[in-house]
Design a protein around this ligand. Structure first.
Ligand code: NAD
Length: 485
């Protein structure tokens, strides 16, 4: 089935100081469901990044943004959220065209959460305050929470607008100005966001958008005019950013990869756990940082559980992402497809048993699609159990008792998320406490809320996004002493 599209897509421009500008170099952004070019996007030069940083610095230091009451800042963020809501159908479609994710997800999950996150942080704008501290009689001492300054936001391709909003919301609420770089594979919604930011009335230079690949990201990270980097992406690039940011001692928060354990005890509601396991690995085509990509099954339920799981996986065949009934979209790019297929080959070679899937397919003769794939008989030291695949590929392992599964789950470089399925409340909490992960779900998978912190342990990064703790990462704390003597 081919679904008619509504979004109009014009060639991309850079948003610098409230103006849309072109530059010398361009590249294509491609619809992974058809392999067709959607439009041309600007590859920003180092000079473009300089101009964007200069605009953000000017807006920070001398524009109306700094002087405006916090309530007005909050109102502008709220208005931006409302404009996103007004244009939700178009934004969801752009996201699906650029990324290949099912429109069901863009329209019902990504965009509603973008709106929630911006509404949530609009409320924070008026609630950022310091403290008065009683030191001694001759002094009046207090603290101020001030914006960090110009913040560089570097975004991956899997949740393009959503992960931008996680950074944009708190950055703006705290009074920072920003230079935003979407991923080169998925720039369209960020560019539309720029138009809506202008329409919402955000002053020129508060939100600047530069498109392009790693070189643009590197220019942002190296730039002496940028005070902080908020990055979501791979652990390898996160490490490089940390090294490069050290030269200018930038503040850095890193949301990186994951290999999250999804642990099912025999005393759980198995049908719910099967649904949770399917959702955990196949939602977002498995291109999800907190995907439940390591499934740990208590040995005695292994056969029954895998039968049910395979039955459901086989029903989730890839289809046109724009069709509202589709639940398995297109892999984001041919390059990512090769990476995922490489892991499937590695799994076979290391002796894991391919239970279902494993093949690239096309939809209507086009695009980069992959069957939902499940490996059984996986041991924890195999590549497919240790490394992030970032595709719809599940590795199923077994265990016999809680201590054993905690040890196996924690024997991995990542620590982003985990889940535990059991009807035993005590066991659920005991295991949750022992897991080294930033989020633990009990009898569910993947729930998120704007008010709850999200982030990683170990190689999954540091700093927390969402919730009140994000405010700390977008402010500096100043201590003021007044001599009262
Ligand atoms: P990536 O690290 O390749 O790229 C992410 C962004 O960084 C892109 O905008 C890219 O252009 C830019 N970039 C690349 N090299 C750079 C460099 N040297 N300096 C500065 N910027 C650079 O990641 P990706 O492939 O786009 O995304 C997938 C990864 O993101 C996965 O590992 C996934 O787990 C992770 N991720 C993490 C979370 C989280 O919240 N922890 C969420 C989503 C994705």
């Amino acid at each position: 089935m081919t679904v008619a599209t509504k979004a109009t897509i014009s060639p991309g421009r850079l948003l610098i100081d409230g103006q849309w500008v072109d530059s010398a170099q361009h590249f294509d952004t491609v619809n992974p469901a058809t392999a067709e070019v959607l439009t041309q996007i600007v590859e920003a030069s180092a000079a473009d990044v300089d101009a964007a940083v200069a605009a953000a610095r000017k807006a920070l230091e001398s524009g109306p943004w700094r002087k405006m009451p916090a309530s007005e800042r909050g109102r502008l963020i709220w208005r931006l959220a409302d404009l996103i809501e007004k244009n939700i159908a178009e934004l969801a479609e752009l996201e699906t065209l650029d990324n290949g994710k099912p429109i069901f997800e863009s329209r019902n999950v990504d965009m509603p959460m973008v709106i929630d996150v911006l509404h949530y942080y609009a409320g924070w704008a008026t609630k950022i305050h310091g403290e008065t501290v009683n030191t001694f009689d001759g002094a009046f001492t207090y603290t101020l929470r001030e914006p960090v300054g110009v913040v560089g936001l570097i975004i991956p391709w899997n949740f393009p607008l959503l992960l931008a909003s996680w950074k944009l919301g708190p950055a703006l609420a705290c009074g920072n100005t920003i230079v935003l770089k979407p991923a080169e594979q998925t720039p369209l919604t960020a560019l539309r966001l720029g138009e809506l930011a202008i329409e919402a009335g955000l002053p020129a230079g508060v939100v600047n958008i530069v498109t392009g690949g790693p070189e643009v990201g590197k220019s942002i990270v190296r730039h002496s005019g940028i005070d902080k980097i908020a990055f979501t992406g791979s652990t390898a690039v996160g490490k490089e950013i940390m090294r490069s940011a050290s030269d200018t001692l930038k503040r850095v928060t890193l949301e990186l990869g994951g290999k999250s354990p999804n642990i099912v005890f025999a005393d759980s509601d198995l049908d719910s756990a099967v649904r949770g396991a399917i959702n955990g690995i196949f939602y977002g085509k498995g291109e999800v940082c907190n995907a439940g990509s390591r499934l740990f099954l208590e040995s005695k339920i292994q056969d029954e559980f895998l039968d049910k799981l395979i039955g459901r996986a086989k029903k989730m065949q890839p289809a046109d992402p724009l069709d509202p009934k589709t639940r398995m979209g297109a892999i984001v790019s041919q390059e990512q497809m090769q990476t995922v297929l490489g892991y499937i080959e590695a799994g076979k070679k290391e002796g894991a048993k391919l239970l279902t899937g494993g093949n690239q397919v096309s939809v209507g003769g086009k695009g980069y699609f992959l069957e939902p794939t499940i490996f059984g008989g996986v041991s924890n030291d195999m590549k497919i159990a240790q490394e992030e695949i970032f595709g719809p590929v599940l590795a199923a392992l077994t265990f016999d008792d809680p201590d054993q599964v905690v040890a196996l789950a924690n024997t991995n470089p990542y620590g982003l998320a985990a889940a535990v399925w059991t009807k035993d409340v005590k066991k659920a909490h005991q295991v949750s406490r022992q897991l080294r992960a930033g989020t633990v779900w009990i009898n569910t998978y993947g729930l998120m809320d704007a008010s709850l912190p999200f982030g990683g342990y170990k190689s999954s990064g540091f700093g927390r996004e969402l919730g009140m703790h994000a405010i700390e990462h977008y402010t500096e704390l100043k201590t003021v002493w007044l001599n009262m003597g």
